[in-house]
Design a protein around this ligand. Structure first.
Ligand code: SF4
Ligand code: ZN
Ligand code: ZN
Length: 320
């Protein structure tokens, strides 16, 4: 049997059923079999969601499904949680127009929604907004992933409102969060850190935004998807840029290996103590302006939101 994360050790017994374990979770000092790990992880996600009141009053939750492992795990876990907690789940996928990578991603999103018997919506950037991510990258001198991130965020928020959701859930995991925290400290970006939280209440935007996987390691979502045999996109995005964040992430995983639970404590303490203190001082959510073009929220000092700025440049270079 393949033993995930059990390097150099013989497998222990599943904490739940006592059969041979398939995965070792060092921070919980436990082993789980392939049947019980996914259930245990869903329970953990549910406890985190409850602690941070992610779905309090939610009736319809839009889940951002890129087709990658984190979003696929999130969709399945939230469907199970929603069935108990009384909210409905809708999968929302943004087709970025990145050739075969995007076709495979859309197909994975569609198959997962079908498997769960839920509504799945695909927003085609080219059709809805007149440009693709490759168009945007050609027209703007900034890293592809940063442009892509802001475009996706905008398209997802609008799509969540369009499908009548009250909550938008995204698949940011613990490794992503640890990287954001470390990079934010390194650059002294106190405003960015003040905005980095597991729950962003509705207000500035019409829907609440939540990150239910923010305390789940990337390795755990990968194992959840593998053990459940879920469809996901395995091709790499051809536009992915090498960033210094990637190096930091790798090094943090080395620290994690030596000090199990390090990344979890870093992110949890940040969310519980540091971010609220920074928010008091640096978050100015009341001061919202409106974009002159699309009417959506923007920073006070900007007439045009970042999305519309990208769209204007990209639409000029759009192909077909
Ligand atoms: Fe977008 Fe970067 Fe992800 Fe590609 S790797 S889909 S460019 S964020
Ligand atoms: Zn078991
Ligand atoms: Zn705008």
């Amino acid at each position: 049997m393949r033993v995930a994360g059990g390097s150099g050790r013989s497998a222990g017994r599943c904490r739940i059923c006592g059969r041979p374990g398939a995965i070792r979770i060092p921070y919980a000092n436990a082993w789980f079999c392939e049947e019980h790990f996914p259930l245990w992880l869903e329970r953990r996600i549910r406890r985190v969601a409850e602690k941070y009141r992610m779905f309090e009053g939610s009736r319809r939750v839009a889940v951002a499904v890129s087709g990658g492992k984190d979003s696929v795990a999130l969709l399945h876990a939230l469907k199970a949680i929603g069935d108990d907690a009384g909210f409905e789940v809708v999968g929302v996928h943004v087709d970025l127009g990145i050739g075969e990578f995007s076709s495979a991603s859309a197909e994975a999103a569609r198959r997962n929604a079908e498997m769960l018997g839920i509504e799945g919506v695909i927003v085609d950037l080219r059709r809805k907004y007149g440009f693709t991510i490759p168009d945007a990258v050609r027209s703007i001198r900034r890293p592809a992933c940063s442009t892509c991130g802001l475009v996706k965020r905008y398209a997802l928020e609008e799509a969540a409102e369009d499908v009548g959701a009250d909550t938008l859930a995204t698949g940011h995991n613990l490794d992503d969060m640890a990287q954001f925290v470390a990079m934010g400290y390194q650059s002294g970006d106190v405003e960015g850190l003040a905005r980095l939280r597991p729950v962003i209440p509705a207000g500035r935007y019409a829907v609440r935004s939540v990150k239910p996987l923010f305390l789940v390691y990337e390795r755990e979502t990968a194992e959840y998807v593998r053990m459940r045999g879920l469809p996901m996109v395995s091709t790499r995005c051809p536009l992915k840029d090498a960033t210094s964040g990637g190096v930091v992430r790798e090094k943090m995983l080395e620290v994690e290996e030596a000090m199990p639970g390090f990344m979890m404590r870093l992110v949890q303490e940040f969310a519980d103590k540091v971010q609220p203190a920074l928010a008091d001082r640096y978050l100015r959510e009341g001061e919202v302006g409106r974009c002159r073009i699309c009417g959506r929220p923007t920073s006070r000092d900007r007439e045009i939101c970042s999305f519309c700025a990208v769209r204007m440049r990209a639409a000029g270079t759009a192909t077909g």
